[in-house]
Design a protein around this ligand. Structure first.
Ligand code: ZN
Length: 361
């Protein structure tokens, strides 16, 4: 009998140790702590080409773009540059403001001719991410045009010098190439416009932990990825989500849905890395089940419900495991998860980017 009691006591101690270790491992995987208390949220969009039918998947017609701006105006959304929005998120400002950030990647000439005039008409600002190596080339804005949009209030962000696939390299070789490219960007921008970029956008939306750290240490205040989602105070400032607005995604209805989206309450995710180590990869999320209706949770891959979700209870919240039914054939794939809020205030959205560096572009 005594032996049994001892065994039970030992079991109890072992259980406490195991739970402690479990709690510690959970904490180690948790997202960064909130920057400050509050419930600020903001949505960021990425546009590429305007009224340029040659590249349908990254293009938006001027009329649809105008309808987006009209909606933002009617809804009294606050349009900030990315730097301003990050400042608002980190510090004061009204948390009930509906902040929207408009970003334009690559610096195409079609922005100058068809997008910029519409922004001026509405009195809106945007952050324009450029590649210094391409300025003045056919289809790209010139330095003079960039000077004009900057003087009109557009923020000029860094989208690298040469728009390379840095993840095709690895280790020190990748870091050296990335740092060299960044230095060329900074030198060229300073020489031509006399300014510095405060924000970064990863070429092709491709990043890993090492590149995030390099950008963070290079003096930028934030960096954008291209996985979709809503930004809140627990978002990683070095891989902020953006909703793409090009081709089929650019409709006014889709835009309105995204402006009114909320972040999925993710307590932690595993893995945090974007780099695929198995195919199909498995994503594990721990969700705050008191906020969302789990019965209506959905996952999408390439916009289709080609995924399997399994649910597991945990002391931390609801753990879900998501895996594609099929192998992922592309270099970049998003697992997207949506669920309605239990309070009836709309839907929540989260996406995880997977990069298969074995697939070359
Ligand atoms: Zn780009």
């Amino acid at each position: 009998m005594k032996t049994i009691q001892n065994t039970n006591w030992l079991r109890a101690i072992l259980l406490i140790i195991l739970l402690g270790a479990y709690g510690m491992s959970i904490r180690a995987q948790s997202k960064p702590p909130l920057i400050s208390p509050g419930d600020k949220e903001m949505v960021c969009f990425v546009y590429h080409r305007f009224d340029d039918k040659r590249y349908a998947s990254t293009n938006i017609s001027a009329s649809v773009f105008r309808s987006h701006m009209n909606y933002l105006k009617n809804e009294k959304c606050k349009i900030l540059t990315l730097s301003e929005a990050v400042h608002w998120m980190k510090t004061g400002g009204n948390s009930s403001d509906r902040v929207v950030i408009l970003t334009i990647d690559d610096g195409y000439k079609s922005f100058y001719t068809s997008g910029f005039p519409i922004l001026l008409e509405f009195g809106f600002k945007a952050t324009v991410f450029i590649n210094t190596n391409h300025v003045g080339d056919k289809d790209y804005m010139s330095w003079e045009q960039l000077r004009k949009i900057n003087e009109a209030g557009m923020e000029i962000g860094c989208h690298s010098h040469a728009h390379d696939h840095f993840l095709d390299l690895s280790g020190q070789e990748m870091l050296k190439a990335f740092a060299r490219d960044l230095s060329m960007f900074k030198g060229k921008l300073k020489e031509k416009l006399g300014i510095q970029s405060k924000v970064y956008s990863y070429p092709f939306g491709e990043f890993n932990e090492q590149l995030e750290l390099l950008i963070k240490n290079a003096g930028f205040s934030a960096a954008c990825a291209q996985n979709s989602g809503v930004i809140d105070q627990s978002s990683d400032l070095w891989s902020l989500p953006r909703y793409p607005m090009g081709g089929p995604y650019a409709s006014l209805i889709g835009f309105i849905d995204k402006v009114n989206m909320h972040p999925l309450p993710v307590k932690w995710e595993k893995p945090e890395s974007t780099i695929m180590t198995s195919n199909p990869p498995e994503l594990i999320l721990c969700l705050d089940h008191e906020v969302i209706d789990l019965d209506q949770l959905q996952c999408f891959i390439h916009g289709d419900k080609e995924c399997i979700i399994t649910f597991e209870e945990s002391i931390e919240g609801q753990v879900i495991k998501i895996r594609s039914i099929n192998q992922l054939p592309n270099r970049r794939t998003l697992y997207t998860i949506t669920a309605p809020r239990l309070d009836g205030k709309g839907w929540c959205w989260y996406s995880h980017l997977w990069i298969n560096t074995k697939v070359k572009e």
